[in-house]
Ligand binder design. Structure first.
Ligand SMILES: [Fe+2]
Ligand SMILES: [Fe+2]
Length: 290
């Protein structure tokens, strides 16, 4: 029994080491900075770093620490629709040692502070967030859907016989695309323009205009429900593909397809996180205050 625990611990350490190695120069920079800080972080930033504890929710950490989503993604910790769990619970579920995960979050945050600052979406004007989502994430989804569909058709035709899961992955991706297209249309034509108009009114010192849908909470709730549906499709595809591991008889196109699906998943997680955890709560709050 003891041996089994040690094996698990050793496996976890190997995973963490792999993660730290993949963060590469950033972590080295952070380690160097920790030994001899040449640019000490301002007090509010240091306070932010000290708040990385096992009892914080994954969602809170993902919002506060811009580098956290990349680490959660690599470790398989759900920060998007399942972000309400404490870091402790999320680590237990993923069989990871919470102290090691906290350490990698701290290293990543130190590295970020030492490097050029990223855009802080928790304080940016809301119209800049909606523009960023549309220009970066919606454009990416629109570009990738037909490309991945073509790859799925090609791999399905060549390997479908030996890999019946490919037809199911194709079906899930088809459903996901059919949901995301009208979802983004509603965001771009109803919700985001209203959020932009709230931001503009507040900047002009005017009251927020009343929306035809009653309150911003209504479309926000609808979008979040649709996000849960998208999250489910991503989970299904990850399970069907055994975590996007290319089988021994898989060709280069197979590998390209799984890489594309893995990247699509990562982008959609970040996209939904930005909406669910940052944009939507801030829009609801802005409406309440005005
Ligand atoms: Fe979106
Ligand atoms: Fe969305």
């Amino acid at each position: 029994m003891r041996l089994r625990s040690e094996e698990i611990l050793a496996a976890e350490n190997r995973d963490l080491n792999k993660l730290l190695a993949s963060l590469g120069p950033l972590v080295e920079l952070a380690a160097a900075g920790a030994a001899e800080p040449s640019h000490p972080a301002p007090p509010q930033e240091r306070k932010k770093q000290m708040a990385i504890t096992a009892t914080r929710t994954v969602r809170e950490l993902a919002v506060e620490l811009p580098g956290a989503t990349r680490i959660f993604e690599k470790l398989g910790i759900d920060y998007c629709c399942g972000g309400g769990k404490s870091l402790q619970d999320a680590c237990s579920a993923a069989r990871l040692t919470v102290d090691d995960v906290i350490r990698s979050l701290e290293l990543s945050e130190s590295a970020r502070l030492a490097a050029a600052p990223e855009r802080d979406w928790t304080t940016a004007p809301l119209n800049e967030i909606t523009a960023h989502i549309v220009n970066k994430h919606h454009a990416y989804v629109r570009q990738e859907i037909p490309r991945i569909q073509a790859l799925l058709a090609k791999v399905g035709a060549a390997h479908g016989q030996n890999h019946p899961e490919m037809a199911k992955i194709q079906g899930s991706f088809e459903d996901l695309g059919n949901e995301l297209t009208p979802h983004m249309f509603k965001e771009e034509n109803v919700l985001f323009p209203y959020i932009d108009s709230m931001q503009a009114a507040v900047e002009r010192g005017q009251p927020v205009p009343p929306p035809f849908f009653g309150t911003v909470r209504n479309p926000v709730q609808m979008m979040m429900t649709e996000h849960d549906g998208a999250g489910e499709k991503l989970k299904q595809m990850r399970e069907l593909s055994s975590g996007y591991s290319v089988p021994a008889d898989g060709c280069t196109t197979y590998a390209s397809l799984y890489r594309a699906l893995g990247e699509f998943e990562q982008d959609l997680h970040q996209h939904i996180h930005l909406e669910n955890n940052i944009l939507f709560p801030r829009a609801v709050e802005l409406e309440k205050r005005n």
